[in-house]
Each structure stands twice: as C-alpha cells, then as structure tokens.
Ligand binder design. Structure first.
Ligand code: FEO
Ligand code: CA
Ligand code: CA
Length: 643
C-alpha cells in the first residue's frame, strides 16, 4: 500500500498496551545492541544458536565475528530517481504481464486498448492492477514453465478509467474486477518468459468471484447476510496484499485494507454510528472514493452490517484447478493481513505467521490441529480450517545472551480467561483485533511481511514505520519510526509451535546523512550509503538463505529521505547483517512480492503503482499511462540470483 494513502498510519487501536517503540528504545539503551557492538558477536550468536537448535545464545563477550560469507555476490548499486528500473551489474530485468495484459486471444478483453476504455467484462479477463504478492508454481518441477500467481491489491482509479473516476455501475464492477488474483501460465522460450495466452490454467479471481467461507467462523450469524443466509458464500476477495503458499501446492492471498471498500450513503445522524468492531477495523463513517456503497447494497454497512465481516481473511486457492472455489480460512483470524509465511514443525503441524498492518497492531501465528503429510492431498487440503490462533507479546528484559528480549504466544481461545467475554471461537475470530487488545498483545510499528529462514526457521518481520510521512520533528525520539525496522525471533527449542521465543532487531533502517539528536533516527551500524532505505515492506528468503528486502516508503529523496531515491530492493546476509542495494524501481512505485524458479535462476518481483503521484509513464514511456507490472530478473551468465 502506497504511503500517499496510508490509512494504516492512523492507529485504530485505542488500547493502552505498551508500545513496541518504547521497548526498542529501552532495549537499545540498555544493551547497546548494534549501535555499540556493531556487526559482531550479537549477530553471529543469533544465527549460530539457531543453527544448533536454539540453545542459549552467546553473550556480549562472545568470540569475534565470523568472516562474512560469499552469500552476496553482487556489487551494491547507487540509488536512482529516474523513471526506469535499475539492477546490479551482471543482471537483467524485463517487464512481464503489466496491468491490462490479455490472458485470452478472443472475447472480452483480448486486446489492450491503452486508454483505459475497457469495460468491466474486459477487465475481468485481463491482468488486474497493483501487482503485489506473487508465487511461482512449477509445472512438473520445471524452472522454465509454471503458473505465476499474483495479487492485485487495489486500483489506481485515476488511471483505471478514461475520465479517472468511478461514475457508473460498470465502472464499479470494473474496479472490482481489477482487484483480486491472477493465475498466469508462463513459459520461457529462447531465454524469454512469456504468457501462454489461452492456457486452461489462466484465470482471474476478482472482487466478484464466488468463494467459500470455511473454518470456525463459517456459517456463524456474524457472517450471514441478506444474499447469503448460510454465512458460507461470499463474492470476491479485496485488497490482496502480500501472499503465502503451502507445501501442498496452494496459494494464500491475504486481504489487507478491506475497510476502504465499505461506507454508507446514509450520512444522516444518528444513522452513521459504527459499532465497536466497525470502528476498530476502520470502516468509513460516510462515503468512499470508489463509491461501491452507492452501487451495491452489500458495501453499505448500514444496509448489510455483516458483509464486511466476510473480508479481512486469508484465502486459499488451488492454482492448478481453474474451476476451484477459493476458500476464506477463518481459523487464521480477521485482521488487515499483510502476508502469510509457513513453517512445518517437527511433529508435522503447520504454523502460519502473520502481521496486521496498522500502526500499533499485532503479530500472530496459527498452529494447525492436524499434521502435514507430504503428498497426501486429502489429508492436507483443509489443514488451515482447524487450529489455534496466537497473538504475540514482546517482553522487555534480555534473559539469554545477546537477545534483546523474550516473548510469548498467547492463545486466542474461548478457554483463555482474558477472552471470557467472547461466547464462541467464531466471535473471537471475527473480532480478532478486539480480542487481541484484551489480551495485552504488544502494539507494533505496522507489521508488514513475515519471512521464515529456510534452514534455521528463525522468523523475520518488517515493521515498516509508525507515522508515514511525519518527517519534520527530527529531535523527537518517535521520529525514528519514519524509517522502520526489521525484527526477528527464534522460537524456543527451534520449534515453530513453541509458546515462547527470544527476539532481537536485525536492522533499524535509517539515513546516515541525517544527523539527529536521537540516534535511532540514523539507523543501526549496518546502515550505510550502499543500503540506506526507509519503510521495509516486502520480505523473503531465497533457498540459500539470502534475505531480500523491498521498500514501500517515502521516495521524495529529500529531507530525512535524502539519498534514498525511489523504492528499492536490497539483499541481506542474515549472519553478518550486511545489506546491499540490488534493484531500484521507477518513479512513485513500491517494490513488492518475490518468488523464484526452483533452480533459483529466475526471480519475479512486482512494481506496484508507478506514477501514483502523476509523474511516471513506466514501463512504456512517452505519454503512456503507467502500469503496475511483474519484473523478471535473470543473471546474465545464467547463474543463481544474488550470487
Ligand atoms: Fe499492502 Fe501493508 O502493504
Ligand atoms: Ca507498506
Ligand atoms: Ca505491503
């Protein structure tokens, strides 16, 4: 989500739980972590402890840091402010499947008009807008043919319509159809990746696609509407931000700022009173810019008060069956979901880590009741329908070695005394945020993507920033949050199902050229001219354990953001904490989503909302409308990405 319309910056959490930033300040001051010890004992102790099964960790007098490995094989590139993509030397980047690209050669939407004159029916058969989370599903294990599945988070209304506004029913449907997910069959021929047009795999899932509500909240009265008295069927998925995938071959799409689609045309008082849930999730008290409430009763919360309860979930999709019904998995909770990162525990249970992207909201994990059995489709199909949802509490006070603190996972169940006010699991899940408030969960600085290290199972999360564009008060300690940070934790015993963990900070993003009274604003010692950035968002590991960091921040390149340029993608070595800039996006975009072919020699990422402020014509150039698109990254010598 762009920083220009960052409603996430405005907290809707009125609870008084201790704010994470205060924990960070205390921890940094007490331990001198990174700011004093730099890239040293602390960092190495973290990873080595994880590799040995998460024992006790080291201490401040641990041995000298191990030499950096050759995990990062490229040379960092400078920042850029031009309307083009920039990539490390020895690598190439090409554009694939921009907004509006036809997936079929005949019928509606089979040609791209270029002037946004397509109607709703055409948009439903073309690539949607605002590419975000993405995953490559290999066909028969191939690294040159697969299904690229990606989210279309929201729309740039100004570019989506010829006149730049929603002013008809068809416009509203076109807008819904530019949301959702795309399943795209792609193939590499003579070194070039192309869409397999007319493939039977090609599919658009939109804000109008029928899907099923499953899990503990399905069929509950809280999910029943006039159109669906069963509470089990809902049209559409909206604001599909980050993603996940499962080892059984399904795609997870995560509904984030669903609140922005719900408003009311009845603005007469007292009819505009929202209930506690609607306020906590941020539904508009009046009309919305997309005007869905004007064209569809279901998007007017006064007419259909339960419809919004049917959004804010994680949706599981079988990309290999174009006729399959997507399933909204209510067991994983209802929040502004960023992404979903899984780990399989030694006992086979499936753990899914999730962040709620709003200032002062929380980090969650789900632990399945059933166990994953490789290759057993019937066993694995509905694993995400039954399990326990936990919310994280980050305690103050280091107890072991160089970790900055401990933490605990608190179960969100009817047997938890803190949730005695909730009559059922369905009620807890629909009101996940409110339930977490009552449990003393730790408010975070806008949790974005979570990523699990492929071998250590240590978990990293981007905390993007706390106040968006509040850039002026450099002396105020809270302004440190304008840059964001990456936090990581290690589950007790290396067990993803553990109820306790230890945490530390991987990097405090910052700007070395800005001198401020509060050292937090300058970032930690692993921030320098080769990587200065703000607002980490997309996050993921490749199979070798490189940590890829994508930004969705302030690209003004001025003031506190001087020398940070356009949004970018960096790559980090988790052991040494070195971070290098690998890629820079075009003007006014964010860089988001990542996936690799099995041979790690092609990487796909997304460019979202280039020109959101009206100053880009990427990728075509000239006077063309800017278009969100996928970027295909290859190494010129045919090698592994990042080497
Ligand atoms: Fe859709 Fe929080 O980014
Ligand atoms: Ca963001
Ligand atoms: Ca994001």
């Amino acid at each position: 989500m762009t920083h220009l319309v960052d409603s996430e910056d405005l907290p809707t959490n009125p609870s008084a739980n201790e704010h994470f930033q205060r924990l960070v300040e205390r921890a940094v001051n007490r331990r001198g972590f990174m700011l004093k010890t730099g890239v040293g004992a602390a960092a190495v102790a973290f990873l080595s402890a994880g590799l040995s099964g998460c024992g006790g960790g080291g201490d401040a007098a641990a041995p000298a840091p191990a030499p950096a490995t050759d995990l990062l094989g490229f040379t960092a590139i400078p920042v850029s402010t031009t309307d083009e993509v920039k990539i490390a030397a020895g690598y190439s980047a090409s554009v694939l499947a921009p907004w509006g690209t036809p997936l079929f050669s005949t019928g509606a939407g089979s040609t791209w008009a270029g002037d946004a004159s397509e109607d709703a029916a055409a948009q439903a058969r073309q690539m949607g807008d605002n590419h975000d989370g993405i995953h490559y599903f290999a066909i028969n294990g191939k690294s040159d043919e697969g299904l690229l599945v990606m989210n279309h988070e929201y729309t740039n209304v100004g570019y989506l319509f010829t006149n730049g506004v929603v002013d008809s029913l068809d416009d509203a449907n076109k807008d819904l159809n530019a949301h959702g997910v795309a399943v795209v069959h792609i193939k590499r021929t003579a070194g070039v990746w192309n869409i397999v047009v007319d493939s039977s795999y090609n599919r658009r899932i939109t804000g109008n696609t029928l899907m099923q509500l499953t899990g503990p909240a399905a069929a509950d009265a809280l999910l029943q509407t006039t159109a669906d008295t069963t509470g089990t069927q809902v049209y559409g998925t909206l604001n599909n931000c980050g993603n996940g995938w499962t080892p059984w071959g399904t795609y997870l799409t995560c509904e984030e700022n669903f609140n922005q689609y719900f408003g009311t045309t009845n603005t007469a008082s007292p009819g505009t009173t929202r209930d506690t849930n609607q306020t906590r999730y941020g539904l508009s008290s009046g009309t919305t810019s997309r005007k869905y409430e004007q064209y569809f009763d279901r998007f007017d919360w006064q007419k259909e008060p339960k419809e919004a309860n049917r959004f804010g979930w994680i949706v599981e999709i079988d990309p290999f069956d174009a006729a399959s019904t997507p399933k909204k998995r209510t067991a994983l909770g209802r929040i502004k979901h960023e992404n979903a990162a899984y780990a399989i525990a030694a006992n086979g249970r499936v753990v899914v880590y999730m962040g709620d992207d709003q200032a002062n909201d929380y980090i969650y994990k789900f632990v399945s009741t059933g166990t994953y059995i490789e290759g057993n489709i019937a066993n694995n199909r509905d694993l995400l329908d039954s399990g326990t949802l936990y919310v994280a509490k980050f305690n103050d006070g280091a107890t072991t070695g160089d970790m900055m603190g401990t933490g605990e996972w608190m179960p969100m169940t009817t047997t938890n005394p803190a949730l005695a006010a909730y009559a059922s699991q369905a009620e807890i899940l629909v009101n996940t945020r409110l339930a977490a408030d009552a449990m003393g969960a730790t408010p975070m600085d806008r949790p974005e993507w979570v990523a699990v290290h492929p071998t250590t199972k240590e978990v990293y999360v981007t905390l993007t920033n706390n106040s968006g564009r509040s850039t002026t008060n450099d002396a105020n300690p809270r302004t440190a949050n304008i840059y964001g940070q990456i936090l990581r934790w290690r589950e007790a015993g290396g067990d993803p199902t553990a109820l306790t963990f230890e945490w530390d900070l991987f990097v405090l993003a910052g700007n070395p050229t800005i001198t401020q009274a509060n050292s937090l604003n300058n970032g930690s010692s692993n921030v320098n001219a080769n990587n200065t950035f703000n607002s980490p968002d997309g996050l993921g590991f490749d199979s070798a354990g490189r940590l890829w960091i994508q930004t969705d921040g302030n690209y003004s390149n001025a003031g506190n953001y001087a020398n940070q340029g356009n949004n970018q993608m960096l790559c980090a070595n988790p052991t040494t904490k070195e971070i290098r800039r690998f890629f820079v996006g075009p003007v006014e975009c964010e860089v988001t989503g990542m996936t690799f072919t099995p041979d790690s020699k092609t990487m796909f990422i997304n460019i979202q909302h280039p020109g959101e402020g009206g100053n880009s014509h990427w990728p075509e150039g000239g006077a063309a409308r800017p278009r969100s698109a996928t970027i295909v990254i290859t190494k010129n010598d045919g090698g592994v990405i990042g080497t």
